[in-house]
Write a protein that binds this ligand. Structure first.
Ligand SMILES: CCCCCCCCCCCCCCCCCCCCCCCCCCCC(=O)SCCNC(=O)CCNC(=O)[C@H](O)C(C)(C)COP(=O)(O)OP(=O)(O)OC[C@H]1O[C@@H](n2cnc3c(N)ncnc32)[C@H](O)[C@@H]1OP(=O)(O)O
Ligand SMILES: NC(=O)C1=CN([C@@H]2O[C@H](COP(=O)(O)OP(=O)(O)OC[C@H]3O[C@@H](n4cnc5c(N)ncnc54)[C@H](OP(=O)(O)O)[C@@H]3O)[C@@H](O)[C@H]2O)C=CC1
Length: 515
């Protein structure tokens, strides 16, 4: 019997960010392994024309929850969606709902965040810092609370190269930042943002670091733990391999490469690609929830959920396997044949951006205009290049995260728990994982049918022929222009033509002699 699964039975659990990538997998695993849990409260806001109830309905009816509905048929009744907006005071939760949350919650998993790299500092602070502070204040009023688990990121201290499982202070106190956001106008915030984030690449990593400081400062007598996952990818094993439903991290770029838009990234092929499957993060999160509640460590423990030091894989190997998978299972209606590579420096990167990204987009838009359609490729390409420029920081460096706490926890688990809540990345076979990841993107994100693979392969063949034809035409035009302008080129051309002629005459004469 799994001790962790038994621990969650009968519990009332509050999850923020349950509609997000990680939150959904967390809920799924909880229901699947502890169907006897009492209730999961989720803080949800209406979005994209859907009410909170409709959003929950959509999640429960997704493929991810198919197994859960067999194991826990009353799952609908065990989810209590609470209207909440983490940008508002008291999260805009009604008095009755707040009362219920405060009096019943046993465990809090705080997953909600803005993960956008380019978010305005005011918004990133509101969600990643102020909302965390407010949630902790709420938690301190929960008499039945056993553990509060905060999800941070392994990149909250990406300005360092070796990162321990400790909280590193930021130069300016989070409270001061929170206060200043209230009275500074956007223009001034824009001006001071680069100074505040310092040697971090974006507002996301900076505000996640502030969020950790807030957790430390507001911990009072709560049982708190912080989990720092690295780059979260598709599921490895559970509930099935390859599940993914958003474009964050590598997923969007894998699509861009598979559809032939992305041809090159400035990146270091030998740098460690610290990817971690989402189900591994969730298993660790649930194990940490159990350990924190049952063993009540004296201080706030931080757990690194990373792969690099136990089972490293580099970007070169990962990219190579992504491209190899496209050969077997190509994406449909590709713009060009998938063929991406890492470039070493800014100059070559700019060259390839001009030649392989911008030029084909301009040519294609010209073709669209000629055929009376609206040009769109330059816009898509600009967006892609913006995304690439934002992730380049992470594919050009390697980090070293110590994992003492994570390994300690692994050793504390019973063999059954180690199996059911497996977070041992040493068992991960990268090639298999990446292949399933690409397949998962095709099936669950792009919603492409496997039956369409022969047609997709046929389409790639046509693209290859167009590519050869285009290159040959381009070569001939360039050559023709050169001949018109340069005596030397003309001489070379006549030499080649006469050489070919002589060779053919000799070949014809010798074959006639043989007959
Ligand atoms: C040795 C030789 C080997 C040779 C082999 C070579 C092989 C080459 C490569 C082959 C294949 C490539 C595979 C690997 C590539 C490397 C990937 C590296 C990824 C590294 C990521 C590191 C992240 C680490 C950070 C820490 C992790 C975290 O803690 S948080 C999670 C990370 N967060 C994110 O990823 C969020 C990023 N997104 C944003 O910040 C923003 O969305 C944006 C700034 C990128 C874009 O903002 P914008 O306002 O322009 O657009 P938005 O409104 O958001 O969306 C508009 C449309 O664009 C779509 N979209 C959104 N995000 C992405 C995305 N990431 N990629 C693509 N498209 C995206 C979105 O859906 C919108 O679409 P529409 O609705 O249709 O308009
Ligand atoms: N994905 C990754 O690679 C990594 C993620 N992390 C961390 O893991 C956690 C979960 O990330 P992930 O699931 O990928 O992120 P997602 O972007 O998929 O999910 C974010 C969640 O936060 C919710 N949220 C955002 N703003 C509000 C708001 N104003 N009110 C209520 N809810 C809100 C979203 O709700 P809605 O659906 O309404 O937008 C969504 O449920 C985050 O803390 C992130 O920092 C850490 C390392 C890597």
């Amino acid at each position: 019997m799994s001790m962790i699964a038994a621990f969650y039975s009968g519990k009332s659990i509050l999850i923020t960010g349950a509609t997000g990538f990680m939150g959904k997998v967390l809920m799924e695993k909880l229901f699947r392994t502890s169907p006897d849990l009492k209730v999961i409260y989720i803080l949800v806001r209406p979005k994209a024309g859907q009410t909170t109830q409709q959003r929950v309905f959509q999640i429960l009816n997704s493929k991810l929850f198919e197994k859960v509905k067999e194991i826990c048929p009353d799952v609908h009744e065990k989810i209590r969606a609470i209207y909440a907006d983490l940008n508002q005071n008291d999260f805009a939760i009604s008095k009755e709902d707040m009362q219920e949350l405060l009096s019943c919650t046993n465990i809090v998993f705080h997953c909600a965040a803005t993960v956008r790299f380019d978010d305005h500092l005011r918004h990133a602070v509101q969600l990643n810092v102020t909302a965390t502070q407010q949630l902790l204040i709420m938690a301190s009023q929960m008499p039945k609370l056993e553990a509060f688990i905060h999800i941070s990121t392994a990149f909250s201290n990406c300005n360092l190269t070796h990162i321990d499982e400790v909280i590193y202070p930021c130069p300016v106190e989070p409270k001061k930042i929170i206060d200043s956001m209230e009275w500074l106008d956007d223009a001034i915030i824009d001006e001071i943002t680069p100074k505040l984030i310092g040697d971090r690449p974006n507002t996301y990593t900076y505000t996640k670091a502030l969020g950790e400081m807030v957790v430390q400062q507001e911990s009072r007598n709560l049982n708190i733990a912080i989990i720092r996952p690295s780059i979260v990818g598709a599921t490895w094993q559970e509930p099935f391999p390859g599940w993914v439903d958003n474009l964050n991290g590598p997923s969007g770029l894998i699509i861009a490469a598979g559809k032939g838009f992305l041809r090159s990234i400035r990146g270091a092929p030998m740098a460690v690609a610290d990817l971690i499957p989402v189900d591994t993060v969730v298993n660790l999160t649930l194990a940490v929830g159990w350990y924190t509640a049952v063993h009540r460590p004296k201080s706030t423990l931080i757990y690194h959920c990373t792969s690099g030091n136990l089972n490293p894989c580099n970007w070169g190997k990962m990219g190579f396997q992504v491209l190899a998978t496209f050969e077997k299972v190509p994406f449909e209606r590709a713009f060009r044949r998938p063929n991406a590579d890492f470039t070493a420096n800014t100059i070559t990167s700019q060259y390839w951006n001009a030649v392989s990204h911008r030029a084909p987009a301009i040519i294609y838009d010209f073709y669209l205009r000629l055929t009376g359609r609206k040009p769109r490729m330059t816009k898509i390409m600009n967006r892609l290049l913006k995304t690439v420029s934002m992730i380049e920081y992470f594919v050009n460096r390697s980090w070293e995260w110590s994992t003492y706490n994570t390994e300690m926890l692994m050793s504390e688990l019973s063999p059954e728990d180690q199996r059911v809540f497996n977070f041992d990345v040493r068992q991960l076979n990268w090639l298999e994982y990446i292949e399933n990841y690409v397949l998962g993107i095709k099936k669950y994100l792009l919603k492409e049918d496997m039956a369409g693979i022969p047609e997709a392969k046929q389409h790639l063949k046509r693209l290859r022929n167009i590519h050869y034809l285009f290159n040959t035409a381009l070569f001939l035009i360039a050559w023709r222009l050169l001949i018109a302008r340069s005596q030397m080129a003309r001489n070379v051309w006549f030499f080649i033509v006469s050489f070919c002629y002589k060779f053919l005459s000799y070949f014809r004469a010798s074959s006639t002699l043989k007959v």
